[in-house]
Design a protein around this ligand. Sequence first.
Ligand code: ZN
Length: 293
Amino acid sequence: MTAEEQARADIVEVGRRLWERGYVASNDGNISVRLDEHRLITTPKSVSKGFMTPDMMVITDLDGRKIAGQRDPSSELKMHLEVYRNRPDARAVVHAHPPTATGFAVAGIPLDRPVLAEVITTLGSIPIAEYATPSTEELPAAVRKYVKAHDGLLLANHGALAVGPDVMSAYYRMETIEHFAKISLVARTLGREHLLSRDEVERLQGLRGMYGIASPAPICAEDSIQATAGQLDCQVLQAPDSRERLVPSNVESVRNISAPAVAMGSSAPSEAEIRLTYRELTALIEDALRALK
Ligand SMILES: [Zn+2]
């Protein structure tokens, strides 16, 4: 199978999964793969992503001009082109409207609280790109601000975008975004959210290299939460300093197990911090790595 044939088959499979999981309705969503320095292959407009065949795909240049294919690319391809222009490492982009993550995007609530170790190690923060009219040049401009430093984005009042080194990885990131949104919704409905401290976040980020996860960007220095007009080169995470919590919590249920093997600089466990054992953390990271493969 040539790389192009493989890309066609993978795009069909990813489309099927997006539809099956209810991440798209009707003809929503689009998927693209960078074939080489000059070409990408993408889903056609006006078809359900759940029922595509490999021959339906469109090949374009990196300005979105059609090179081959019976059909036309989606007007949302502009957003994909913006990702490829800004991220030489990106080989695939998946865009969908998964309902829970899109609900956060509609509510204007970014997924930027550090609560799940595997999300911190893989995606980090998932910000919201400002509202832009779909299919216009506004959308790439909104994406441009965040795409250098993030592999997963919410699009205000629209949906979500995931970037990866191959199309299955980009798809799995979309799954992670939606799964994280569901868990966040449940925790907030229950009225409590124990946030990992900045120290814990930094420790988890330190493990990315060890497990071969290319981190999209470091966490922004405290209080540098930008009024940046340009591109962000770091991620905003609402990690509290040591004992502070964004959401007040009772501490009786907080696990308080020390994890010396994990610590790169070990600090004494404080009562309000969530501590994971080395085994728990390893299991979480292994799950995340499996998901990325
Ligand atoms: Zn869309």
